[in-house]
Design a protein around this ligand. Sequence first.
Ligand code: PBG
Length: 329
Amino acid sequence: MMRYPNVRLRRLRRLKGLQTLVRETSLSISDFIYPMFITYGRNKKDNIEPMPGMYRLSLDLVMEETESISKLGIPAVLLFGIPSSKDSIGSGAYAGNGIIQEAIRIIKHTNPDLIVITDVCLCEYTDHGHCGLIENEQVDNDKSLDLLVKVALSHAHAGADIIAPSAMMDGQVYAIRKSLDSSGFNQTPIMAYSAKYASSFYGPFRVAADSSPQLGDRKGYQMDPPNVTEALREISTDIEEGADIVMVKPAMAYMDVIAKAKIEFKHPIAAYNVSGEYAMVKAASEHEWINGEKVALEILTGIKRSGADMIISYHAKELAPLLPQNSSF
Ligand code: PBG
């Protein structure tokens, strides 16, 4: 039997170089997608209190910010908009000159190589704060689809590189894929928020995007945290509907979901290291209870090790200088 004293696992830990040779997971800048919050106004860089280091940026500062993101080697951004006014149908989400549509144009004009991903949802744009259309005090799935399609098409027309539907309506990927294809956008990939849980970790984001539901919660459409088989069904239906990339969100408390999805499917997997996960690291690190940088690197490496191919993270900018870039061929 192979065991001590023949087996000594410490042999390969003795030198840094040996550890490098047997390292199984590598985190790189090329894995990251950096979220941005964009707002109206001039020269605005408003702190988001529960997310230290994150800002709501006005459109005139977007060019400079995305240049610095690109210089760091981060390949992609995920855009969220804060509109000037909200209504019951979230019309700001698909306005031709809406906040996100303007931001996409600025970025693709000034920094065409940066991949622009857009979140397709209504919650930042509706006065009730829900992700779809309300009918008889319920979020109506099928009526919401028409609006989400409008949002996705308006993003594609403005130049978005990847469309990311996040409203958790059944059939949203199919509806969006079909209309993108029939409108000349059959080359635009869909990154589906497939396994999106009704999580308390979204709290700081809802402060940032002013998108808390005014009545009730999102448990009628987002997933129940104890479920994993259901997550695999969500992912499988999104793949059948045409998703190019599937997402698990949040990441940290759901690494088992990422790991199972990696084994079950052959699709690229994105993991969303969400606002509450970021806020916890920042708060503990400000108290010097943990080393924030090291803890963040460990969390993100864990997310990668669990099977994520890419990670959406608010830590991307601060960690980029510490990380290597994937070599290109
Ligand atoms: C939109 C959306 C949310 C997040 C990303 N897209 C909020 C929500 O579903 O309530 C949360 C991201 C985060 O917490 O960092 N629906």
